[in-house]
Ligand binder design. Sequence first.
Ligand code: KPL
Length: 311
Amino acid sequence: MKITIVGPGAMGCLLACFLSKSKEEIWLLDKNPERAQKIKEQGLKIEGISGSWQVKVNIAAQAKEIAQPQDLVIIAVKSYDTKNAVKDIKSLLSETSLVLSLQNGLGNIEIISEVVGQERVLGGITNQGATLLGPGWVRHAGKAETVIGRLDGRLPVELRFIRELFNQCGLETRLSKDIKSLLWSKLIINVGINALTALTHLHNGKLIEFAGTRKILEEAVNEAVRVAKKKRIKLIYDDPLSKVEAVCEATAANVSSMLQDVLRRKPTEIDFINGAIVRQAQALNLPTPVNSVLTNLVKTIEASYNLRVNL
Ligand code: KPL
């Protein structure tokens, strides 16, 4: 199987490290040529809860360097880069290639489907905690399952093959027939954790240790759950709030992806997470004051990195 992972961020590098344990041909696509060259020379480095190892990886800065059609392309870029990433990989797709989104937030599957057609798209979630420490250097900070599925709910042989491959490489993975429910269930977790960690600069685990953040987390999650209910989306957890708290504990030492973005003064995925809840709620006439405040605060931070006050 030929697999290309698009995006050398924390998740892209983590996936490339694990999938490189297989005998399949794995490529990493990094649109930044200098960084791609560095990763080519140094390889990928992983440390943390699954041990430390280094691995050489095939890496390209442009799809044309990979040349051959890929069986699977995994999109691991930030949600705001999805559109460009999918346009870039068009030359890597044959009629049978599949494109798997392993990203946070709502809307990625729809963006990918517009470009490659819905029948080729796989959606997925992963609660793995990963922190990028440098180019191609990742800390594995929390182990959790990955779940993937198709939009039409079918579980064909290719999907089962991908599940086996991920599991053999040490990425605990299962399949789901209801990808929408899955994406919303992951969204609820990101709604509770990402913006709050980005605003407070706390590790995930600390959010539930302080009464203030615990309360805001609870309200943000409850608002999102009400939107999901009104849309008749069945969440995979009976008690979503307890699940978010459990993820805070399971990934206690993790720096959430949104906090990593803020610390690097980069754009965040706020519009695809809390912002998506606010937009969906507006269409349903539901109030989401807490998600609205979280969205506006994170957007203000994003827009004002060069105005930060230092004493
Ligand atoms: O998905 C995550 C993220 O940081 O984006 C969680 C699960 C919250 C782990 O940090």
